[in-house]
Design a protein around this ligand. Structure first.
Ligand code: HEC
Length: 386
């Protein structure tokens, strides 16, 4: 008979202490079919990774979260609390013990194949697109009719490539029957992106008869692949109080000199009507180094709303403000981006080039994407401002 000493209360175990953390902060990605290459759903799956988990958590590489949390609170914050972090480290240091399965919480329920709840509607590219192993692929556009007979309010939206390794980004826009503006942004995918999930009472409008336009940017990965991206939509169960609309601040007229280690580029969106700022997503390419957003109010005061001190092209989530920020008419959302075009940037495709705006990863972009909230039937008048 084998006697094991009763573990001291301080020694964390997988089932009692670690499973709740994995469910809250890791399993959205670390389960079958999602972005991470290994699952952390069970002890058997997780145990072989214990040392790697310690390393990734100790160096803050995992969970991926790049915003400075002292600026404000974000509702989709993935980062570990100091207590969760020390529990994980102590668990690995204790030899990653399993503990008693009876002490495990009920497993978290996920939707198979999605990070949103089970979609009410799924729209798929009309055909699979073959991405060659090498070379540059122009942007591809696909139009998919919704056949909606009435207006639909969407409270969750998720764009899912079938071949993530070749999708640089996907943007799904809504074109109403008038063809107005070529489309209102609905949802997007970029590496490390999270689905769009609004709070109850907030939704995006898809008007009756609208079409969905998929803008697909494929990049060759060295292996040929075929992709058939989908978008899944969850409809609001009740009429929303507020409408989420996308707004952008763009600067497309910059030139980053060769070798510049910290080249600054600015852009702003001018707010023309009272609205609320709900979410922010910085977008730059491989030379992107840092990104900040400040809200400037008409009375001259200002408030920082996002700081991403170490931007990473491979992680481009929306940062959802825990409490949406009221912006009176006359406010501005000011974005500052820094680019590293020096040879010290290991991702830099070429430090000897002057770099301008362009669609491909070796060119650059500077966009602050916002989601703003408006009364349900107001059109958006605010716009990007030089
Ligand atoms: C938003 C998605 C996402 C979340 C949340 C996430 N991971 Fe990951 N993780 C990934 C992806 C994608 C990879 C593989 C690519 C990479 O390493 O960047 C990965 C890789 C890893 C690896 C492999 C070694 C390494 O460092 O690359 C470990 C260990 C790991 N994650 C641990 C965790 C732990 C522990 C958590 C939660 C505390 C977590 N991850 C949360 C997406 C995620």
């Amino acid at each position: 008979m084998v006697f094991t000493a009763t573990a001291p209360a301080a020694q964390p175990t997988f089932h009692r202490d670690i499973t709740p953390i994995l469910a809250a902060k890791c399993q959205t990605c670390h389960r079958p079919g999602e972005a991470a290459p290994m699952s952390f759903l069970t002890y058997t799956q997780t145990r072989p990774w214990a040392k790697a988990i310690r390393e990734a958590v100790a160096t803050n590489r995992m969970p991926p979260w790049h915003a400075d949390n002292t600026v404000t609170h974000y509702s989709n914050d993935l980062s570990l609390t100091p207590a969760q972090r020390s529990l994980i480290l102590a668990w690995v240091d204790a030899g990653a013990p399993e503990g008693n399965p009876a002490e495990a919480p009920k497993p978290k329920v996920f939707t198979d194949g999605w990070r949103i709840s089970k979609p009410d509607a799924i729209f798929t590219l009309p055909e699979s697109f073959p991405v060659p192993a090498k070379g540059t692929v122009e942007y591809q556009y696909f139009t998919v009719p919704t056949n909606f007979k009435e207006d639909r309010w969407v409270e969750m939206a998720e764009v899912r490539p079938s071949a993530r390794e070749v999708v640089h980004h996907a943007i799904v826009s809504v074109r109403d029957e008038s063809g107005f503006f070529g489309g209102q942004f609905l949802a997007g995918y970029a590496p490390g992106a999270a689905p769009q999930i609004w709070k109850p009472g907030v939704a995006r409008l898809i008007p009756a008869g609208a079409q969905l336009i998929f803008q697909m940017h494929y990049t060759a990965s060295g292996k040929s692949a075929t992709d058939r991206t989908q978008v899944g939509l969850v409809f609001a169960k009740h009429p929303p109080r507020e409408r989420a609309v996308a707004l952008r601040a763009i600067n497309s007229w910059f030139v980053i000199p060769p070798g510049a280690p910290s080249h600054k580029v600015e852009a702003a969106a001018q707010i023309s009507e009272p609205l609320k700022l709900a979410a922010i997503r910085p977008h730059m390419h491989l030379r992107g180094k840092a990104f900040e957003v400040t809200a400037r109010f008409p009375n001259g005061s200002s408030r920082s709303v996002l700081k991403v001190p170490r931007y990473d092209f491979h992680w481009q989530p929306y940062y959802y403000l825990e409490t949406p920020l009221e912006l009176p008419a006359g406010s501005r959302l000011e974005c500052t981006a820094w680019f590293d075009n020096s040879p010290n940037n290991p991702r830099n495709p070429d430090a000897t080039e002057s770099v301008r705006w362009g669609e491909q990863s070796w060119e650059e972009m500077m966009i602050g994407w916002f989601d703003v909230l408006l009364p349900v039937h107001e059109p958006l008048r605010s716009a990007t401002r030089r």
